[in-house]
Design a protein around this ligand. Sequence first.
Ligand SMILES: Cc1cc2nc3c(=O)[nH]c(=O)nc-3n(C[C@H](O)[C@H](O)[C@H](O)COP(=O)(O)OP(=O)(O)OC[C@H]3O[C@@H](n4cnc5c(N)ncnc54)[C@H](O)[C@@H]3O)c2cc1C
Length: 603
Amino acid sequence: MHRIPAAIIMYLLMLYTRCVCDSEPPNHNDPMWDFIVVGGGVAGCVVADILSASGRKTLLLESGPPGHATHGGKDVPASFAPYEAAYKRNLTIFDVPGEYHSIAWKMPQYNQPSTPWAYQANVLGGGGVINGALTMVPPSTDFDALASFNWSYSDIEPHFKQILSYMQAVNVPSANGLRYLEAPSEVLRRAFSFLNMTSMPLNEIPEKRHNTYNYPPVTAVEGQRVSTCLRFLPHEEARPNFKLITDAVVTRVVLGNAPGRADAVSFTRTATNTSELATLSPSGRAVLTAGALNTPRLLMLSGIGPEEELLKLKAAGLAPPEDGWVFSEGVGAGLSDHVYLRMKFALRGFKNYNYASIPNSSVHQYMQSLSGPLAQYGPVLAGYLASPYSGGVSDMEVFMEASDECVAEHCRSDTFDVFLMLLSPNSNTSLTLNIVNQSVQVAPRNWADLYLQHPRDRHVLRWGIERMVTAMLGTYGDDLELIEPPAATAVEYDLLLNSHNDSHMEGNHWAQTCALGICADPQTLQVQGTENVHVADASLMPYQLSSHPMLTVAAMARKAAQEILTSSGIAACESNPQCHAEGMRGQCCPSFDAVMLSCCAMA
Ligand SMILES: Cc1cc2nc3c(=O)[nH]c(=O)nc-3n(C[C@H](O)[C@H](O)[C@H](O)COP(=O)(O)OP(=O)(O)OC[C@H]3O[C@@H](n4cnc5c(N)ncnc54)[C@H](O)[C@@H]3O)c2cc1C
């Protein structure tokens, strides 16, 4: 065996270090990508940041248009027009927290056509620019079941901290530091007091949230929405190895000749309806972050999934060549969501704030000072209950909206909604394809299984209805009118529990469709049976957490991206042995920005 001289080894190491950490800016016209990230939502922007920070050529394809004005979004609220000349705010509906109510379910152009029954973002920013922005740190115990995968809370905690340091969760979003809609929050506060609940900042000790309440933490700064894409989307000028294409609907990951190996990603430009192929370099990787409904759909369309679903596509003439199929039963094997239930009350002397018809005074106030009700998202107070079935941890969130979003002429000004959200539900189903006129949609395989199928889920929600009606009546007596439920009787409680329709109860917290350890390898994030196709979004969550998911999705995406870098040998500077040995972390990461402080701090 020949021995390689030490000088040559050192030279090769130096070249390796240079090409990983200190490479020349790649040629933009070079069609080979090291990473192609599919979907610029909550997870996708974080993933694109981490992957491109390694210096490798990274392409982000997003089906929707830009959302935030700073990203080139154009959808300015119509009511802003009279004030724009005076205040020159240049904000879109995605920048204004109070516009949340006018987006979801009401603007089909921003919903994915593949899920007409759910509101799934079709805009750069994803769920992060259309959601209610409640930003909750989950209890560490939510991750206990993932410890053997190295996804325990202590494994993921640094990523929560990094995300939170850029996405501050505040409970006073208004720029002037004042809280608005205090009268409505007082209504629920008194009911919580009736239940002997105490006030505690909701992210302070997530494990001890039960029997506490407070103002909900949201992502906003100076009265404007903050999303992961606003914070993490790389700037192409500052990072020339990164490129973003919006209005680019990915149609499939193209598997090549080697089994389970992707060669390219095909996409259609919305503006021209033309198809293009983005090619992967020989060691390149496709990373899917299209959301928990669209990621498994794209995998199946690519020929990666359960045989039953691939055969369905074949029968419709929509499957890729059969000899490249990867049977991966874990794709779409689970599907879960948080389930909501809405109660409606009226209170003598109460005056609601209706986000469906925002008064001009609020618009003016917002344009003038980025303050007022439009700087808030909607929920005014949230509390956490522990049912007798919970083992002493919170298993129900209760929050109140000051608005009843009434638009008809018989609107009442004294009504308001109280929502119950079942935390950690046990019910779930799987995902299936529905092919309608050659268009491929996804849907829950069995709606009846998805929500409240598990007896414990029904018991907890039924208990929650009774508990909150009792608290409201106990607090307000004859001043309170029950609307939903219309009476405080067991019959009406049961009717409310059973009267849900699909959309009414959707939490839009979809998860579990390419779960860690079932569909995606916990270390490499590779989809079972593939070589270079990875998943890094809400699909990875193997069950519903006991809190709102956005922050967790972002933290998981950050960890997933780092695992992808490490396990694929395309090491980030942080894990490059040469950089590390020589204490060169600062110098060898010129393209790393502040988000990658962990890499660059130890110069
Ligand atoms: C109305 C609503 C309210 C919510 N409220 C809250 C809340 O208050 N707090 C909270 O924590 N969570 C909330 N959520 C949930 C949270 O937003 C999601 O859990 C989170 O967005 C999931 O992140 P993701 O990256 O997996 O998917 P997304 O954020 O949905 O990102 C997926 C991205 O992929 C793009 N995409 C999809 N298909 C394709 C394709 N074929 N080609 C290219 N791009 C594609 C989409 O346009 C989107 O940008 C809410 C969700 C909704 C819908």
